[in-house]
Design a protein around this ligand. Structure first.
Ligand SMILES: *Cc1c(COP(=O)(O)O)cnc(C)c1O
Length: 426
């Protein structure tokens, strides 16, 4: 599918006058429309809730938009819980799905009344010791082990993943939790990431639904919700087909009617914890070409680098690039698009066919709305960029300012020794 940016060259020319590049730009309209479609896809299920995976785009302005669209949050850490709290999410509007969990994280999750999703059977005792009880509502994460296949194709290898309870541990864990006072249960699994098939959620749902029926029979536990977690992918590459969330919702409904309804479990709520599907397509990195270098290959140096968007450097991930205003020009130049880090993997694209790029051109890097800014870091002393929201009425709002040298020095500048710079480079 042809990839079209959500901003035009004209809009961008105005935006860059206000915010210097590089920055992350988010599309409020796209975020809202997509969230509504997700809710529509699962509207057949009374208790459905999407708990947005905060780690994908941890920005309070984004969380508030999603809250208005009926979403909750899925938190993995202390600070994500704090952010959800401050944004007004209450109690069961928050899931806490973490692993290798520090005690203070469990403590805050419990104090806020979030639904705690246990990653391991040993966490039952750890949680009880930490908060002095087992909450009435509790969730357990399932790891099916081995390979996860849909038809014959291997989607992922849960057997290699550090997460979750084994099947036997689920039965044992539910029994222990019941003894310790748990009243209602959830079951959760995340078996494959960035899936590009409408079959992923339905296949996962079948596994979780069957397991829930078994667990109810084995332990008598009342299972109130099933959390399909994240993993629904987006088409980063123009050759990839987008997932259709309406088809996915119908697929889950079919599994629900086949497995849960006949077992008398027709009150089970479906939860999801999508990050990528909720946000990735609705974010762009906007960056400017500042250098052209010709040695053994042709390089375009831009003012963003892997500190702003790590996925290409970290996983060799493809992110589509549009040269603003040159959408209709032939892609007859082959470039590596690079950032400034002293790491040769700091490339947003390798051997990419693009229109001829001139210094000063704006490059739009697509699908950066999830796991983009949030993976950023400070290598080479590079500073993380701003985040800007393109609102539905076409206006813009700064939703995170860019880091300054003062931010970078703040954690060790106990004596003001950097004052000569932190005052000037605000
Ligand atoms: C990362 C994560 C998600 C979100 O994953 P996406 O691929 O962004 O949908 C949801 N739940 C858990 C537990 C996660 O670790």
């Amino acid at each position: 599918m042809k990839k079209v940016p959500f901003v035009t060259k004209e809009q961008l020319d105005a935006i860059v006058k206000e915010y210097p590049t590089p920055f992350h730009l988010y599309d409020e309209k796209g975020i809202r429309e997509n969230a509504r479609k997700v809710n529509q896809a699962f509207s057949w299920n009374k208790g459905f809730k999407e708990y947005f995976a905060v780690k994908a785009t941890p920005n309070p302005y984004i969380l508030k938009i999603l809250k208005e669209e009926g979403c909750g949050t899925d938190c993995s850490s202390l600070t994500e819980l704090m952010m959800s709290d401050v944004c007004g999410f209450k109690g069961h509007e928050m899931m806490f799905s973490s692993n290798d969990t520090p005690a203070e994280d469990f403590k805050l999750a419990s104090d806020l009344g979030a639904i705690i999703n246990l990653d391991d059977i040993s966490h039952i005792d750890f949680l009880e010791k930490t908060i002095g009880k087992i909450p009435e509502t509790i969730c357990c994460r399932f790891n099916t082990g081995g390979e996860f296949k849909i038809s014959t194709s291997i989607m992922d290898t849960p057997g290699e993943a550090k997460y979750g309870f084994t099947r036997e541990q689920l039965t044992e864990g539910f029994k222990i939790l019941l003894e310790k006072g748990a009243k209602t249960f959830g079951l959760h699994a995340f078996l494959a990431s960035n899936t590009k098939t409408n079959e992923y959620y339905p296949a996962l749902a079948r596994i979780l639904f069957k397991t829930a029926v078994e667990l109810k029979e084995e332990t008598g536990a009342h299972i109130k919700f099933i959390n399909l977690s994240g993993g629904v992918g987006v088409p980063y590459h123009p050759d990839e087909e987008p997932n259709d969330i309406l088809v996915i919702g119908e697929g889950v409904r079919k599994a629900y009617e086949e497995i849960l309804v006949p077992a008398g479990m027709d009150d089970v709520a479906i939860f999801t914890e999508m990050g990528r599907f909720m946000l990735a397509p609705y974010g762009h990195v906007i960056t400017k070409a500042i250098h052209e270098k010709k040695i053994f290959k042709d390089y375009i140096g831009v003012d963003a680098n892997a500190c702003n968007l790590m996925r290409p450097a970290m996983y060799g991930a493809y992110h589509h690039i549009t040269v603003a205003g040159k959408e209709d020009m032939p892609c007859d130049h082959k470039y590596d698009i690079t950032g400034s880090l002293c790491e040769n993997n700091d490339k947003f694209a390798i051997d990419r066919m693009l229109p001829k790029i001139d210094i000063g051109d704006y490059l739009i890097i697509h699908d950066t709305g999830a796991h983009g800014y949030s993976m950023g870091y400070n290598y080479n002393g590079r500073l993380r960029s701003a985040e800007v929201l393109l609102k539905e009425d076409g206006s813009t709002q700064l939703i995170r300012r860019a880091e300054t040298p003062a931010d970078y020095f703040a954690t060790f500048d106990f004596t003001g020794m950097f004052d000569k710079y932190t005052k000037e480079y605000k």
